[in-house]
Ligand binder design. Structure first.
Ligand code: NDP
Length: 261
C-alpha cells in the first residue's frame, strides 16, 4: 500500500523509497537531495561505487536515509539485479528517477555506430529497462511514480548531438507510452526537461566549446545557468501525491530557454 499521508502535506514523501539512477552526482544528486528532504529513503544507483558511496555519506551526514546499489543501466541483468536488491533492502519501490545519461559530441557524419548505440542504450534503453523492472514492484503496492529526465534536445535539434537528441526525443514518447499503459495501475510517468545546468557533463562541454558559457547566458531568459538544486522542486512534485492526476506530461526547468522564440 502507498503510505497514508498523515501530515496533510501533499509533498510529504515519508515512507516512500526512491531510486535515482545516476544519482551519485550532478542533476541526479540534486534530485536525490530534494526527495530526501521531502522524507524519501534514497537509493543511489550508478556504476562508480566510490562516487555513489560518497553521495550516500553526504546525504547521511545531512541526516537523510540513503544507500547505494551498483547498476549499469545499459545491461539488462544489472538493471534486474539493482531493482531486486533495492526492493529486498527497502521492502518496496515507490519512485524511480531515470536520470543516468551521457552525450558523445560529434556531428552525425562522424558518429560511429558503437557511439550511437552507447548513447541510445544509456539514455533511452536504460530508462526502458529500469522502468520495466520497477513496474511489478510499484503495481504490487498500488501505485508509483516514474520521472524521466529529458533535455532541451528532447524538443530542439543540435548539430553535435544526433544520438543524444534522438534518445532524449525518444524519452518523451516512452514517457507517454508508459503513462498511458500504467495509468490504470496508479503509476504516473512524467518527464522533466532541464535547460543548461552546471554539472560535470556540461563542464566538459564548456571545455570543448569555448564560447558555450556566454552563449547559454545570452540565450537563457533568466540570464544564468541552472544549478542542480533547481531540479529538486519539480522532482518532489512529480514524486508526491500532489501530482496524482498528472501523467504523460513534460515540464521544462530551463529559466525560460524553451519559451524564447
Ligand atoms: P553527469 O555526467 O554529472 O551525471 C551523469 C550520471 O549518469 C552519473 O551519475 C553517471 O554515474 C550516470 N551514468 C552514466 N552512464 C551510466 C550507466 N551506464 N549506468 C548507470 N549510471 C550511469 O550529468 P548531468 O547530471 O548533467 O546529467 C544527468 C541527466 O540530466 C542526464 O540524463 C542528462 O542527459 C540530463 N541533462 C543534463 C543537462 C545539463 O545541463 N547538465 C541538461 C539536460 C539534460 P556513473 O558514471 O557512476 O555510472
Amino acid at each position: 500500500m502507498i503510505p497514508e499521508n498523515k501530515s496533510g502535506d501533499m509533498f510529504d514523501l515519508k515512507g516512500r523509497v526512491a531510486i535515482v539512477t545516476g544519482g551519485n552526482g550532478g542533476i541526479g544528486f540534486g534530485i536525490a537531495h530534494g526527495l530526501a528532504r521531502a522524507g524519501a529513503r534514497i537509493i543511489i544507483a550508478a556504476r562508480n561505487e566510490d562516487k555513489s558511496g560518497t553521495a550516500v555519506l553526504n546525504l547521511q551526514a545531512m541526516g537523510f536515509d540513503a544507500l547505494s546499489v551498483y547498476v549499469d543501466v545499459t545491461d539488462e541483468e544489472s538493471v534486474k539485479h539493482m531493482i531486486q536488491e533495492a526492493a529486498h533492502r527497502c521492502g518496496r519501490i515507490d519512485i524511480l528517477v531515470n536520470n543516468a545519461g551521457i552525450n558523445i559530441r560529434k556531428p552525425v557524419q562522424d558518429l560511429l555506430l558503437d557511439e550511437w548505440r552507447h548513447v541510445m542504450d544509456t539514455n533511452l534503453t536504460g530508462a526502458f529497462l529500469c522502468s520495466r523492472s520497477a513496474y511489478p514492484y510499484m503495481k504490487k503496492i498500488g501505485g508509483g511514480k516514474v520521472i524521466n529526465i529529458g533535455s532541451m534536445l528532447s524538443i530542439f535539434g543540435a548539430s553535435y548531438a544526433p544520438a543524444y537528441g534522438a534518445s532524449k526525443g525518444g524519452i518523451l514518447q516512452l514517457t507517454k507510452s508508459m503513462a498511458v499503459a500504467w495509468a490504470i495501475d496508479n503509476i504516473q510517468v512524467n518527464a522533466v526537461l532541464p535547460g543548461w545546468i552546471d554539472t560535470e557533463l556540461t563542464r566538459q562541454a564548456r571545455k570543448n566549446v569555448s564560447d558555450l558559457h556566454e552563449r547559454v547566458i545570452n540565450r537563457t531568459p533568466a540570464g544564468k545557468w541552472g544549478n542542480i538544486d533547481d531540479l529538486a522542486g519539480v522532482a518532489v512534485f512529480l514524486a508526491s501525491s500532489a501530482s496524482d492526476f498528472v501523467t504523460g506530461a513534460d515540464i521544462s526547468v530551463d529559466g525560460g530557454y524553451s519559451a524564447l522564440g
